[in-house]
Design a protein around this ligand. Structure first.
Ligand code: CUA
Length: 367
């Protein structure tokens, strides 16, 4: 065995190690949309500062300990003709130092850690904080804005520079709310309200996801945090507060019709023709069982088990952030939700293609 090993050239071993290290380190290249090391809020910045501080001390400890180990290994290794190093018992100065040094390092880590935990857990005193109620569901996120009377799903909109007062509960099992660039995780519990406060300092779209195993489609329970300027946020609020624009709920404005993709519409996009399709789509929606779980403000649809669809056409993604909101994806979702999201509570309603086409046109018109 010993001889076999010796036949492997040492250079080959080093080369293999180098290649493996390069491949491994390449994974750290980024950019990662869900990196906790790229903070975009006050909370995330606190965590990042804490991490960097602890990492600094960890590197010092690592270098000292591993350095001492290497010195011992090479200096006192077994060599032919060399006598064994002398065994030493008891050295008061050494023993005091290696007890004191780690204790000091632990204090240097513990003080900022406790301070950060204390600070991020302290309720905000900002009277102007924006309250967002977050409700975890298997497997999607509900966001409620009591101040504005808005209910939306899977897409949390916030203005930069304003404290966000997040209040978390669950409709079923334990989930965990986590936007890595906005701050730390918080468990989302049934029957208990948890809290989280942060203020975004950068605009952008920040992905997040459920961070607590919650069943079959836990990994597909995603969401997006859309942080925008106060003006853009006010614009979003105004749009969400409007009645849904599909037929029945309100007159259909031309701009929302234009947004309905041509693939979902037969022939030319005459307004009367479109109106007819959307009307049919709404009828199908009200007749196909969708209303058992979904609400569309201004229509008889008032279900509460599934996402509120009043402005579903305005969202970036569907099915809890796993599909871009395109007519094709919407059609695929309606065709068989459980293929897209295993275990989904939305059943396969065995809709025919004609119904799916009109439903997609209607839903995408709900801007
Ligand atoms: Cu919800 Cu995992």
């Amino acid at each position: 065995m010993r001889n076999d090993l010796r036949r492997v050239p040492r250079e080959a071993g080093f080369a293999l190690f180098a290649v493996a290290a390069v491949v491994l380190l390449a994974g750290c290249g980024g950019p990662y949309p869900q990196s906790a090391l790229d903070p975009a809020s006050d909370f995330a910045t606190r965590l990042d500062d804490l991490f960097r501080g602890i990492f600094f001390w960890a590197v010092i400890v690592f270098v000292l300990v591993e350095g001492a180990l290497l010195v011992a290994v090479f200096r006192f290794r077994d060599r032919e003709g060399k006598r064994r190093p002398e065994a030493v018992h008891g050295n008061t100065i050494l023993e005091i130092s290696w007890t004191l040094a780690p204790a000091i390092v632990l204090v240097l880590i513990a003080v900022p850690t406790f301070r950060t935990i204390w600070d991020v857990d302290r309720p905000t005193r900002d009277p102007d904080a924006l309250v967002v109620e977050v409700i975890g569901h298997q497997w999607w996120w509900e966001f409620r804005y009591p101040e504005y009377g808005i209910v939306t799903a899977n897409e949390m909109h916030v203005p930069v520079g304003r404290t966000i007062d997040v209040r978390l509960t669950s409709a079923d099992v334990i989930h965990s709310f986590w936007f890595p660039r906005a701050g730390g995780k918080r468990d989302v519990l049934p029957g208990h309200e948890n809290h989280l406060w942060f203020t975004m300092d950068s605009t952008g779209v920040f992905p997040g996801q459920c961070a607590e195993f919650c069943g079959l489609s836990h990994a597909l329970m995603k969401m997006e945090l859309v942080a925008s300027s106060p003006a853009a946020f006010a614009e979003w609020v105004a749009v969400q507060q409007r009645p849904a624009v599909g037929t029945g709920a309100a007159p259909v404005p031309a701009d929302s019709l234009a947004a309905v993709s041509e693939e979902t519409l037969p022939g030319d996009t005459l307004s009367a023709e479109l109106r007819q399709i959307l009307e049919t789509g709404q009828q199908k929606f009200l007749q196909s069982g969708c209303i058992a779980c979904h609400r569309i403000a201004g229509t008889p649809a008032a279900g509460v088990l599934g996402p509120d669809l009043t402005h579903v056409g305005s969202r970036r993604k569907i099915a809890a952030g796993i599909l871009d909101n395109t007519p094709e994806n919407m059609a695929a979702w309606l065709r068989d939700p459980t293929t897209v999201k295993p275990g989904s509570l939305m059943p396969n309603l065995n809709l025919d293609e004609d119904t799916i086409r009109t439903l997609v046109a209607y839903l995408e018109s709900l801007k």
